[in-house]
Structures are given as structure tokens and as C-alpha cells.
Design a protein around this ligand. Sequence first.
Ligand code: CP
Ligand code: NVA
Length: 301
Amino acid sequence: MSTPRHFLDLDDFDSATLRHILDLGSAFKAGRAPGDAPLAGKTLAIILEKPSTRTRVSFEVGIQQLGGRSVVLPESETHLGRGETIADTARVLSRYVDVIMIRTDAPAKLSELASHATVPVINGLTDDSHPCQLMADVMTFEEHLGPIAGRRVAWVGDGNNVAASWIHAAVRFNFTLRLACPEPLSPAPALIEWAGREGGDVGLVEDAADAVAGADCVVTDTWLSMGQKDAKRRQELLTPYRVDEAMMAGAKPDAIFMHCLPAHRGEEVTDAVMDGPRSVVWDEAENRLHAQKGILAWCLS
Ligand code: CP
Ligand code: NVA
């Protein structure tokens, strides 16, 4: 039996494959993709161990638009919530469905699912990464500003799961990334070391202004990711990293603002930036749908 085409993390892929998947997503968006219903008869299982608005809806709508269907499995309504192992769940679901998307906490659960499933597994976010988000983000950047290769992106705030996927993306899509994070909330040193080994231009700075200077794009995310409890400490550490109009003024005049959403307006970003002329957050949310259609089609091709 051949190995399923999993979509687990961007660093698993070479640049050409990621570009091919992104091109597929753009072709679906433009109505240029071949076939009316390329995934007719295919079923996607969606395992949700954390809440989701965008990921769930965009995957459900995406597979429907490709001719397939989805079944959503909230953890509390399956035997996963009662102790059935991930491995056994993978074996069983593989007998019913053609592809599985999981949103979970521990990355080890994602790996376990992928190693025991005989169908493709897609990472819909873990505590460590959010690769589907980055496919949509690169698509959005390029729609607004052209090729991302050689451009400069500033990540400002918590060095979290989305930041980790930005690091992977910077290396694979060949752009400069500067991350401004308070030292205790910086991305894992192993990630920065990986980027260096791969020849990426990824660096950490403590001052947000240093990251934003000359940036084509400023990105942030919530100060408190799902499952985290230390809200007060994070608020204190991250207040200097709030993205406001003064911070955006340090970026290039045509710089865009991105956020994976959900946003906590008034915390990591002000209303003026979220709703301002540089914000592309709604395009970014829409592109989850198109980019993931590319991912689904690639996994099942
Ligand atoms: N950006 C994102 O993944 O949103 P959801 O948590 O709503 O899926
Ligand atoms: N960092 C956030 C992203 C949500 C899409 C979280 O993990 O909650």
C-alpha cells in the first residue's frame, strides 16, 4: 500500500510542492481547475479537539464545492473523549473516509493519527503549528503585493503556533521574516536554528519597531491561544506589541496587515488597524477556503 499524502507541516515539503498546492488553490479560486467535481464521492472527517469557526467551515464548504462531503467529529461526541486511542481511531476512520483533518493540542496526537491512518491526514492546527493558515496567508500576500519571495514580513507578538508556521513558510517560500516577541514568549530556539540550517532569513528581535521597519506585511495573533491559561502575565508581556497605526507607520507605505483571526480587538490589534485600509484580514479568511481546496485535491490526487 502506498503512503498516504499527509499535509502535516510546511517543513515536511519542498518549495516546489508547496507552490504546486498553492497554484491548485488559486486555480480553484479562479475557476480554472479541471473538472466540475474532482472529489466526487470522497468524504472528509473533521476531528475537533478545540473550537473552530474558519477552519471547520472552510473545510466543510471546500470539500462540498469539490463534490465531496464531510463529517464533523467533536472530541466530546466521539470515543476519543472516553479513552479510545488515536491509533485505533485512525484505523477505524480510514475504513470509512478518504481524508481526515484534525485540530488538536499535542502535535504527538497528529503524528500518531498520521502514522496509523491509511488515508491522508491534514493538520488543522496543533499547539505547535497551523500550516493550512500559512497557505492562505501566502496566497493573500501574493494577491495583494505580488510574489512573496525576497519580501519582508514582520511577526509581532506571541511566538506561538502560527508564528512557527510563518517560520516554516519564510524558508520554503524564500522571504525574510523578523519576529518581535517578548523573550519569554519567543518561538522555540530549535525553529530558528532549523531556519538557519535551511538557509532561511529568519531572525528574532525584541523591539517591535525593529521588526516592522521596512516590512511589506505586519502580522500578529491573539495573546492567549486556545488552551493557555496565563492571561494576565501574557497581557503584561505583550502590551508593548499591540499593532496600532503608529506601529504600522513604521512599515512600508503600502504594507498590509494580516491576522489569522479570531482577533481580540483592543488587545493585539486596534480597531483602526483591523478596519483600516491596510488590513487584508477578510481576504485572508476567505483564502482559507481556496488554499485548502488545493490541499484537499493534492492529498487525494
Ligand atoms: N484562523 C483559524 O484557524 O480560525 P478558527 O480557529 O476559527 O478555525
Ligand atoms: N494561536 C491561535 C490561533 C487560532 C486560529 C490559537 O492557537 O488559539
